[in-house]
Design a protein around this ligand. Structure first.
Ligand code: MN3
Length: 249
C-alpha cells in the first residue's frame, strides 16, 4: 500500500469498489438471466473479466450472414489469443485481474502496447459476440429507438452513418454506437483494438454496439467486400442486448 494512503481511506475505497462491482454484477445478472452465460455483461458499469467466456450460440448460428468457419476461427483463435495475451500482460504489469478489465482503460496510455491491444481485443470481442444473435436483426424498440431517432433522425439514417463508420475505417478497427459523457448517442470508429473507453481514444464514451471490421471477421465469405459484410450483419444484431445496455446507463 502506498505510504500516502491511510489504512482507513484504503479500506473505505476498497469497500466502495466492492459495492460498485456487486451492484454491477447484480444488474448484469438480472438483465441477462437466461440470455447469456456472461452474467457480468449488461450495464455500462458491469464488467468484463480477463477470461474468455463461452460463445452464447453455436458457430453456425449466424449463418448465412456470418459463416461457421469464420466464427470458429474468430472465436477460438483470434479472440482466444487476445484473452491469453491480456492475462500475460496484466500479470507482468501488476494488474489485479479480480477487478473489471475496463477499469484499466481510463489509464491505458500508462501501460504497454501489449495490454492495450490485447485488453481491447478481449473486451471488444466479448461485447461483440453478445451484440449478435440468431434470428435477430430488425429494429430497436422502446427508449433506444426513441433515442436513435432523436440523435440520427431515423433508423435508416442511423444505419447509413454507422455503416459508413465501418466502411471508412482504414485498415483494421471497429465501428461503435456509444454514449458520451453527456448521455448522447454517438457513432464513431476506432483503429486496431482500441475502444471508446480508452483514454487515448479519439472518441470517448461507453460502447453500446460494436462491429468488428478487421478482415478476419469477414474475409472468408466476403473477401474484400466489407460493405456487403456490414449490410448482412444488420440481420444478426441483438437489439435486445443493446437496449439493455442503454437502459442500464
Ligand atoms: Mn475480431
Amino acid at each position: 500500500m502506498p505510504n500516502n494512503i491511510s489504512r482507513r481511506s484504503f479500506l473505505h475505497q476498497s469497500a466502495k469498489t466492492t459495492a460498485v462491482i456487486s451492484v454491477a454484477g447484480m444488474i448484469g445478472g438480472d438483465l441477462l438471466a437466461g440470455c447469456t452465460p456472461a452474467k457480468v455483461l449488461g450495464s455500462n458499469t458491469a464488467f468484463i473479466g480477463f477470461d474468455q467466456t463461452a460463445l452464447p450460440y453455436a458457430y453456425n448460428a449466424l449463418e448465412p450472414f456470418i459463416d461457421a468457419m469464420t466464427m470458429e476461427i474468430h472465436y477460438s483463435k483470434h479472440a482466444a489469443a487476445y484473452a491469453t495475451n491480456v492475462k500475460d500482460a496484466a500479470k507482468a504489469e501488476g494488474i489485479d485481474m479480480s477487478k473489471p478489465l475496463e477499469n484499466n482503460f481510463g489509464s491505458i496510455s500508462k501501460y504497454s502496447a501489449k495490454l492495450r491491444n490485447n485488453g481491447g481485443g478481449h473486451y471488444n470481442h466479448e461485447l461483440f459476440w453478445r451484440c449478435m444473435k440468431k434470428d435477430a436483426g430488425g429494429v430497436p424498440k422502446s427508449k433506444l429507438a426513441l433515442a436513435i431517432n432523436q440523435s440520427f433522425n431515423n433508423f435508416d439514417a442511423f444505419k447509413t452513418q454507422f455503416a459508413d463508420a465501418g466502411k471508412n475505417r482504414f485498415g483494421s478497427g471497429w465501428a461503435w454506437l456509444y454514449i458520451d459523457k453527456d448521455k448522447q448517442l454517438r457513432i464513431g470508429s476506432s483503429p486496431n483494438q482500441d475502444n471508446p473507453l480508452m483514454d487515448l481514444s479519439d472518441i470517448k464514451g461507453t460502447p453500446l454496439l460494436g462491429l468488428d471490421v478487421w478482415e478476419h471477421a469477414y474475409y472468408l465469405k466476403y473477401q474484400n467486400k466489407r460493405a456487403d459484410y456490414i449490410n448482412a450483419w444488420w440481420n444478426v444484431v441483438n437489439w435486445d442486448f443493446v437496449q439493455q445496455r442503454y437502459e442500464a446507463i
